[in-house]
Design a protein around this ligand. Structure first.
Ligand code: 3PG
Length: 212
């Protein structure tokens, strides 16, 4: 199956969206896409989330909309029913993993320890979210995992910013990074889509240094 890492390989930065009003979904997604971030993760943390996913899927064809904070099999079904093209979870259980596998769309179950990584590899899953990235050890931790567990590839999320994204993306075992830094609360409250587009453009310009 296609991995989340292959959905938009040129722009390996995933904006993590917490949406309060579904009416904001389309202009917000258009701003992110215009800034160069087509992969958009809408978190299942607000009542507006599924309507937002439906709206983006229907009206922003250049976006690849997925659903995050998926923590149950019911959440998987709701997300896919709304049009999610990928799924992300902060953690995983056998039940959740089974539902994600059956969904037919790429998924990133969450891990923060070596044992969780080993358990996922044992299940045949090698693409995972590393969460909460900064609090769980950040770049040095992921660097340490690359030796013993080279098959695992991560999307670090949680505390990732413009300042540290490049450090993560230069690691051989990182496929993308996720975060909210291009969606500051004050810009969302003001519906300042031009600001979101500018921040998205900055995020999309993060490039891995040559030889990094
Ligand atoms: C989350 O699930 O909230 C994401 O990991 C985003 O975290 P951030 O706000 O630290 O970028």
């Amino acid at each position: 199956m296609t991995s989340v890492f292959d959905l938009a390989p040129e722009t390996p930065v995933v904006p993590v969206v917490v949406i309060e009003d579904a009416a904001d979904a389309v202009p917000l997604a258009r701003a992110l896409v215009a800034g160069g971030l087509p992969l958009i993760e809408v978190t299942l943390r607000t009542p507006a989330a599924l309507d937002a996913v439906r709206a983006i899927a229907a009206e922003v064809p250049d976006a690849v909309v997925g659903v995050g904070t998926v923590v149950s099999a019911a959440g998987v079904a709701e997300a896919v029913g709304a049009g999610a093209r990928f799924l992300v979870s902060p953690g995983w259980t056998e039940r959740l993993l089974g539902a994600m596998r059956e969904s037919g769309v790429p998924f990133l179950p969450g891990v923060s320890t070596a044992s969780e990584v080993v358990a996922l590899l044992e299940q045949g899953v090698d693409a995972m979210k590393f969460f909460p990235a900064e609090a769980a050890g950040g770049v040095p931790y992921l660097k340490s995992l690359a030796g013993p567990l080279p098959r695992a590839r991560f999307c670090p999320t949680g505390g990732v910013s413009l300042a540290n994204a490049r450090g993560y993306l230069s690691l051989p075992n990182v496929g993308c990074v996720g975060g909210t830094w291009m969606l500051p609360p004050e810009a969302l409250a003001a519906r300042d889509w031009a600001r979101v587009e500018t921040l998205a453009r900055e995020a999309a310009a993060v490039r891995v240094p040559v030889g990094g």
